[in-house]
Design a protein around this ligand. Structure first.
Ligand SMILES: NC(=O)c1ccc[n+]([C@@H]2O[C@H](COP(=O)([O-])OP(=O)(O)OC[C@H]3O[C@@H](n4cnc5c(N)ncnc54)[C@H](OP(=O)(O)O)[C@@H]3O)[C@@H](O)[C@H]2O)c1
Length: 294
């Protein structure tokens, strides 16, 4: 199994459109090309972003950048049904991971993104009603047709991933992990990624921005103080130390950075090679946990 090749920092597009910055097509064009010029070649989507509008807006911009498609990677997700104006038939928020729905979502994402293949296609959330054999059938069909190159999951526990992995080689698990959300270091998610060579992608790597913006929390203050000391040593900024904390883990965590500011993505990319010493990693761990390791 060849692992998906993603850039060391993935551009998270969740807040580029209607759920955040409300980019115009011109702004999408500028952002996509600036990312690509700076080595940020992977872009993270989900069908639901912007109430099902962001993929299409991004695709419209990508269409205006001929020659770029095969130099970038598009990741998208499916399986959440959100009752929004554009989906009047969805009565409540729910999940659907049936074979038909997965294939229907893939087809729609292909069309929205103006592409004939998706680099990585993920089940967005574990569905209590999921049938792993059915998901495997959908992924296998889409792969055979060349419509998706890699497939995986998001927010899956180790046992849910293992259940699907029995029928289909799961290649990615996109999970929440940061100095504000440390569970994956202890709950088996990252162990499993390392063991099975599943690529872990980290969503909200800066705690959704909270780590840097919420100065009232004692925990945040401890983390930022510890990161600031290291940022002096490495002549970088605090956010790059927070990302270096994730990069240092041997499972190969790839942060999905949610900024809509190119200068922030550029700066993060510049620091992607920064390698913390193990003791420095534990200083950050201690600041987050508020105690020493046992
Ligand atoms: N699989 C899932 O279930 C799931 C769930 C949530 C998110 N995601 C993915 O993960 C991506 C990232 O999520 P996130 O936005 O919560 O993560 P994040 O990267 O931790 O936070 C980004 C937010 O922090 C703000 N921010 C403040 N200071 C910043 C700085 N110095 N550098 C960078 N950002 C700063 C950004 O605002 P500015 O725009 O002003 O910089 C933005 O609102 C999403 O775009 C999406 O692709 C996946």
């Amino acid at each position: 199994m060849q692992q998906p090749t993603l850039s060391p920092i993935v551009a998270g597009c969740m807040k580029w459109g209607q759920w955040g910055s409300g980019f115009t097509t011109g702004q999408y064009v500028n952002m996509i090309s600036a990312c690509a010029d700076n080595g940020i070649s992977s872009f993270d989507h989900a069908d639901i972003y912007g109430d099902y509008s962001t993929e299409e807006e991004f695709g419209k911009a990508l269409h205006q950048l001929p020659g770029l498609r095969n130099k970038i990677q598009l990741i998208t997700k499916c399986g959440i049904k959100m009752p929004v104006a554009s989906r009047p038939s969805f009565r409540i928020k729910s999940y659907n991971t049936s074979k038909e729905y997965i294939i229907e979502c893939a087809e729609r994402s292909l069309s929205n993104l103006h592409t004939d293949y998706i680099d990585a296609f993920l089940i967005h959330r574990p569905d209590p009603l999921m049938n792993p054999e059915e998901i495997a059938e959908a992924f296998t069909r889409l792969k055979q047709q060349g419509k998706i190159l890699h497939a995986g999951v998001s927010n899956f526990t180790p046992s849910q991933t293992a259940m699907l992995h029995k029928y289909f080689p799961v290649e990615i698990n996109q999970i929440e992990v940061s100095l504000l959300y440390m569970d994956p270091f202890h709950n088996g998610q990252l162990d499993q990624c390392q063991q099975e060579k599943i690529v872990p992608m980290a969503w909200s790597p800066l705690g959704g921005g909270q780590l840097l913006t919420d100065t009232t929390s004692e925990r945040n203050k401890r983390i930022v103080t510890a990161a600031a000391a290291l940022s002096d040593k490495y002549a970088t900024n605090i956010e790059n130390i927070l990302l270096a904390f994730l990069h240092r883990h041997p499972s190969g965590i790839i942060p999905v950075l949610g900024t809509s500011k190119i200068e922030r993505l550029q700066s993060a990319m510049a620091a992607a090679g920064l390698r913390l010493e193990a003791e420095e990693w534990f200083m950050l761990w201690e600041a987050s946990a508020g105690k020493q390791v046992p």
